[in-house]
Design a protein around this ligand. Structure first.
Ligand SMILES: [Zn+2]
Length: 290
């Protein structure tokens, strides 16, 4: 029996309505329940002491990584002086415990109603999920998170002060502050959400042509002019002897439209963020090259 009608379910009315009384399908109802259950579990975990310890360790590891950007240097330092001396030495220059305590201190909020923009890509998850998980509310903030069509629009809405905050591609705040591609407007970076996670995706018809030396004449998409995607693609092509300005076309396409453009044959490939790059496994359209 299909899940759409349940005539022998005593709790369910025989109407074209969900048993919860709302106008939606069983599938939508189940998706909503699953999302609510997941949110409850994530909220519970975020309040546990294990999570607190994990986030403190994460902060400490990040700080140590900043002191020793090269793993080999960190390892030889640890081997030379021993773990406890290293910890004491680092604590003398980096009062981690004080910094963690400082992060817990609550000052008066300058503004409590905030509008935050995002592009629907995987790396925006922390910014988006903080809303249903109640993290903004917990800090005394009423936040409206707004899905936005592309990076140029994100930039303009930040410059016009329509948005109070947004996630950005890492070169964007620098470009905006310097007035590259827009009026010079100072932008502050509060936190880095993530690094890496990019890939080049090519149309399936190029599956036997993975050598960038042969990519002359290709049309590529990147999310924005001032993006690591654009810079990485240019670097990768140039290393293979392809002039990114004259040998290929690089155009700006919002991440959400990259797959459709690949499918329609408008582009040969793109360097984009997840989930655009996950198309390979879901639609059998494309392949990863790097
Ligand atoms: Zn329902």
């Amino acid at each position: 029996m299909s899940e759409f009608f349940s005539p022998y379910d005593a709790d369910r009315p025989l109407m074209l309505k969900c048993s919860c009384g709302r106008e939606h399908s069983v599938v939508d109802h189940q998706a909503e329940v699953a999302a609510d259950t997941a949110a409850i579990e994530l909220r519970r975990r975020s309040l546990s002491s294990t999570f607190e310890a994990y986030s403190n360790e994460f902060i400490e590891a990040t700080l140590v990584k900043a002191i020793f950007p090269q793993d080999a240097v960190r390892r030889s330092f640890l081997k030379a002086v021993g773990k406890s001396t290293a910890m004491a030495a680092i604590a003398s220059v980096l009062p981690v415990a004080n910094m963690q305590a400082m992060a817990q201190e609550k000052g008066t909020l300058e503004k409590t109603n905030l509008k935050i923009g995002f592009i629907p890509i995987t790396c925006a998850t922390p910014l988006i999920m903080a809303h249903p998980l109640g993290f903004y509310q917990k800090q005394g903030l009423t936040v409206e998170v707004t899905k936005t069509a592309g990076w140029a629009l994100i930039r303009d809405k930040m410059i016009n002060k329509e948005y109070d905050a947004t996630h950005f591609l890492s070169p964007m705040p620098i470009a905006i502050s310097m007035g590259l591609g827009s009026n010079a407007t100072p932008i502050n970076v509060a936190t880095i959400q993530n690094v890496n996670g990019q890939a080049i995706t090519l149309a399936l018809k190029h599956k036997d042509n993975r050598d960038p030396k042969n990519w002359k004449g290709f049309k590529f998409a990147v999310p924005f002019d001032y993006s690591m995607h654009n810079f990485l693609l240019r670097y990768y092509l140039a290393e293979a002897g392809i002039n990114p300005d004259t040998d290929v076309q690089i155009r700006v396409v919002p991440p959400a439209e990259m797959v459709a453009n690949l499918k329609a044959g408008n582009i040969d490939g793109f360097l984009g963020p997840i989930p655009s790059t996950s198309v390979r496994s879901t639609k059998k359209l494309a392949l990863f090259t790097c």
